[in-house]
Write a protein that binds this ligand. Structure first.
Ligand code: TXA
Ligand code: MG
Length: 349
């Protein structure tokens, strides 16, 4: 299959390209498209055969359910049996935006979308392109991140094509995603809403609206817990080389990274480092350094995270050392992804 390529402007997308892409979705084909978080791999969410192609193209385990993306809040009604008051409060405040809410599903939602669960995850993205595409398709769009299962999510069309070129019908390229980590997933079928995946809407923002939020114990990363967002139990976001994550206060963390870098170099290993601008200055020149941004700018860490994790694909190293940040705001989502990407190989300072 030759993957069709549509280049569109992020804020003023060309309607003709979106119409063509929407037509492909209506025909049951796969189209990758940008959202404000990461690129999604879309299919008609009410067509079980179309959705099956997503699992196939990604190599995704079939018990890992998908998010349905809608263009208008009213489209939620046909998909869910009820909208609890706390879910309504979240929707009113954070849709359109990087928030996914889990509801009890109706029978219109194909089993394959929800991986056999009696719930469905729904999101109304902020991205104008995503919303126009969904509206033109006229159906909810099932879309996981547009990467091969287990790899870092793509935040650019290049990232999508690196994994899926020739395996999908089309990709819509609108440049880099603004946020860079996936949406927050909140389960509103529990008496107290439960945070299943930290993301673009921060825990602080959820607390402000809900007053009370439970945190899925599996987010701590302990091996005894089975995550309730099935997708959180798989190896994820992994770069092609082993990665060690450093956690702790600055500048102690920079000292520890330097120490480990030096001993790896002394052992003759090719070393990569994904670090802040501040820490980068302390590292030797023969380290393949990728800078996420300043330590003061959690948003830059988030925006550059997945590109950084993918940057060693073409210039391989033997080991990658990654710098952690504080877990407030977007930092909670960044650290969740970094811990998974490292396979929980963590050095604490
Ligand atoms: O930002 C995002 O959410 C992106 C863009 C494309 O919208 N999508 C995304 O999809 O990250 P995906 O499939 O990579 O991650 C969806 C997560 C998985 O961890 C999955 O297990 C969880 O949401 N999930 C989906 N349906 C669920 C359900 N019914 N109950 C609990 N967790 C669910
Ligand atoms: Mg994903």
């Amino acid at each position: 299959m030759k993957t069709k390529y549509f280049k569109v402007h992020k804020e003023e997308p060309d309607l003709q390209s979106l119409q063509q892409a929407a037509e492909l979705l209506r025909q049951g084909k796969l189209v990758a498209f940008p959202t404000e978080t990461v690129y999604g791999l879309g299919a008609n969410g009410l067509d079980a055969e179309a959705v099956a192609k997503i699992y196939q193209a990604k190599g995704r385990p079939s018990d890992n359910p998908l998010i349905l993306h809608i263009a208008h809040p009213q489209e939620l009604n046909q998909l869910v049996t009820e909208i609890p008051a706390n879910a309504q409060a979240l929707i009113d405040k954070y849709w359109p935006g990087p928030l996914t809410v889990v509801f009890k599903r109706t029978s219109i939602v194909p089993d394959i979308v929800s991986g056999g669960l009696d719930t469905v995850a729904v999101r109304l993205p902020a991205s104008k392109i995503a919303r126009e595409l969904i509206a033109l398709a006229g159906v909810p769009i099932a879309a996981p991140s547009a990467n091969t299962s287990g790899r870092p999510s793509p935040t650019s069309a290049e990232g999508v094509l690196a994994d899926l070129d020739g395996r999908i019908e089309a990709v819509i390229d609108a440049g880099d995603c603004d946020i860079g980590v996936e949406s927050t997933v909140v389960d509103c079928t529990t008496p107290v809403p439960t945070l299943l995946r930290p993301g673009g809407i921060t825990l602080e923002m959820l607390m402000e609206t809900l007053g009370e939020v439970e945190i899925d114990p599996a987010l701590g990363g302990g091996e005894d817990y089975i995550p309730r967002a099935p997708g959180m139990k798989y190896t994820h976001y992994a770069p092609l080389a082993p990665m060690v994550l450093f956690e702790g206060p600055y500048p102690r963390i920079a000292e520890l990274i330097l120490q480990e870098v030096k001993s790896a170099l002394a052992a003759g290993r090719k070393v990569g480092a994904i670090v802040s601008a501040e820490t980068a200055e302390t590292l030797p020149a023969n380290v393949a350094t990728v800078i996420y941004g300043s330590r003061e700018r959690t948003d830059e860490f988030a925006a550059n995270l997945y590109t950084a994790l993918r940057s060693y694909d073409e210039h391989p190293v033997d080991i990658i050392f990654a710098e952690g940040i504080a877990e407030d705001g977007l930092g909670l989502a960044v650290m969740n992804r970094l811990r998974k990407a490292s396979g929980y190989q963590i050095i604490k300072g």
